[in-house]
Design a binder for this molecule. Structure first.
Ligand code: AMP
Length: 505
């Protein structure tokens, strides 16, 4: 049996392939026939350019239907799809290309010159462009090519995609996700969330991340259904399209932004069946407000790039605020202490997970991979959690100090390295503080080497060219010295507590 993810998905495409797959915010439509045709021609072009099974294709483009088709084209020829966050700056992209050694890179037309230099330095064979207006060399050069590429055989453990996660030591790690990892998780979620043939998904998430690319898009494809596709979250467009959708997947920020808009009412959601939240903790307050306003109970689920989805609140039965529900049917979850000893009900420790959803390891980092797995195959997520007496999983913190801002992950270490390099900075501690819009905001707490008059804006200016905007500190606080415990470790918990109200109204 061909376990290629595309084979699994395409077996569930609608019988009538003229049915709509994507409708964009400006009402352009793409049918399943279009999907097959575009992904086939893109796949043919990649093959003609020398891309073979197992080769990487790195893609840093704005969201568009064609960006979905290049992902599917890669699957069809067994190339490894490597999407990059559009916010990444040149120095960050240079690292990814050097590490992943892609055969082909697809970038935005506007970054062609800059990307050309980086790609050349990394030995990339071909650079293509893709814009948001059906433009770019990917489309031009694939016009007229034979789309009939079929779908190459792939085993369930063969890698389908690499998604980079920020490293706790400042170096990013490429999480290798196999056809089986992605396929099994999609099948599980599709069933668990009770997808119906006529479901329409409102899609406003980015598609370089597991949530928008795999959870949302793969579920729609397995359903053979339709999605209303926004290039980004836009409250006006969300409100315009909501009456025609039945499912929405969002990060908590989507929910707080919708609630802040008076036009978002119960009537507007009359056609909606399910609101799903994940990627960052949903505040109980948001959960309650949403219920009061719309009569809908948000279904919160939990996952991560390396594992796909692990737990979900139930479709039927109680969805509990502040919890991420139960382990998925084919996923084992346990809470353990630092030594790997399993803890019991209501005891807090690190969440470990095992199942067909768990990734194949970090690209070219066998030691890092080995360090994050227990001998019995459980992956150590780094999330601090507990399981209550009813079996609901509660995520209570993050062992690795990860900051989640607007749904994007930021590991403090990477920012600290940049801030520490700024002239006049002694040392720094980067923390996430509660922020009404972003969930958390990146804040740098900094010491000066002398009374050198260094101010917050100079620190921000010095780092902003090297960091994606979402990683740039929103605020810089100066201290004489950083608080440390007896072991010499900076007490970030003390800093978080001291400055917790910095962004509150
Ligand atoms: P990513 O790899 O970008 O998907 O980020 C994964 C991390 O996001 C997890 O390890 C958790 O720390 C966090 N996360 C995802 N979903 C939730 C949730 N529902 N509640 C709390 N944290 C979450």
């Amino acid at each position: 049996m061909n376990e290629n993810l595309y084979s699994l998905l395409s077996a569930r495409f609608p019988e009538d392939l003229s049915q709509c797959f994507i409708e964009t915010a400006d009402a352009a439509t793409y049918s399943y026939n279009d999907l097959i045709d575009h992904s086939g021609r893109f796949a043919r072009l990649l093959s003609d350019l020398g891309v073979k099974k197992g080769d990487r294709v790195a893609v840093q483009v704005e969201k568009s239907p064609e960006a979905i088709f290049i992902y599917l084209g890669c699957l069809r020829i067994g190339a490894i799809y490597l999407p990059l966050n559009t916010a990444y700056k040149e120095s960050e992209v240079a690292y990814f290309l050097g590490d992943a050694e892609p055969t082909v890179v697809v970038c935005r037309p506007a970054s062609e010159a800059a990307m050309g230099k980086i790609a050349k330095g990394a030995g990339v064979a071909e650079l293509l462009t893709l814009g948001q207006e059906r433009d770019g060399t990917l489309i031009e050069r694939s016009n007229g090519l034979d789309p009939d590429v079929g779908c190459v055989e792939a085993g369930k453990d063969e890698v389908a995609a690499i998604l980079y996660t920020s490293g706790t030591t400042g170096r990013s790690k490429g999480a290798m996700l196999s056809h089986g990892n992605l396929g099994s998780n999609t099948e599980t979620l599709h069933k668990l969330w009770g997808f119906q043939p006529d479901d329409v998904l409102l899609h406003a998430l980015p598609i370089f991340h597991t949530h928008g690319l795999f959870v949302a898009t793969n579920c729609v494809l397995l359903n053979g259904g339709r999605m209303l596709f926004l290039n980004k979250f836009d409250a006006d467009k969300m409100i315009e399209l909501m009456p025609r959708a039945s499912i929405m997947m969002g990060v908590p920020t989507f929910y707080t932004r919708l609630l802040a808009d008076d036009r978002f009412t119960k009537d507007l959601c009359a056609n909606m069946r399910l609101f799903i939240s994940g990627s960052a903790p949903l505040l109980e307050e948001t959960f309650q407000q949403f219920q009061a306003r719309t009569g809908h109970t948000i279904l919160e689920r939990y996952g991560m790039t390396e594992t796909n989805m692990n737990t979900s609140n139930p479709l039927e039965g109680e969805r509990r605020a502040g919890t991420v529900g139960f382990p998925l049917p084919d996923v084992e979850v346990r809470i353990a202490d630092d030594d790997g000893k399993t803890l019991t009900t209501n005891e807090t420790g690190v969440l470990e997970v095992k199942g067909p959803n768990v990734f194949q390891g970090y690209w070219r980092m066998p030691e890092k991979t080995a360090a994050e797995f227990r001998p019995d195959g459980f992956f150590i997520t780094g999330d601090v959690a507990k399981i209550d007496e009813r079996g609901y999983v509660h995520i209570v913190g993050r062992a690795k100090d990860l900051i989640i801002t607007g749904g994007f992950n930021v590991y403090p270490k990477e920012i600290e390295l940049c801030v520490d390099a700024v002239e006049g900075v002694g040392e720094s501690a980067v923390i996430g503080l509660p922020h009404p819009d972003f969930g958390e905001a990146v804040v740098a707490v900094v010491t000066r080497t002398s009374e050198n008059g260094l101010d917050a804006q100079s620190v921000i200016n010095a780092v902003k060219d090297d960091l994606a905007n979402f990683k740039v500190p929103k605020k810089v606080v100066f201290l004489e010295e950083l608080p440390r415990n007896t072991m010499g470790k900076v007490q970030k918990n003390v800093l978080r507590e001291t400055y917790k109200d910095s962004f509150q109204a």
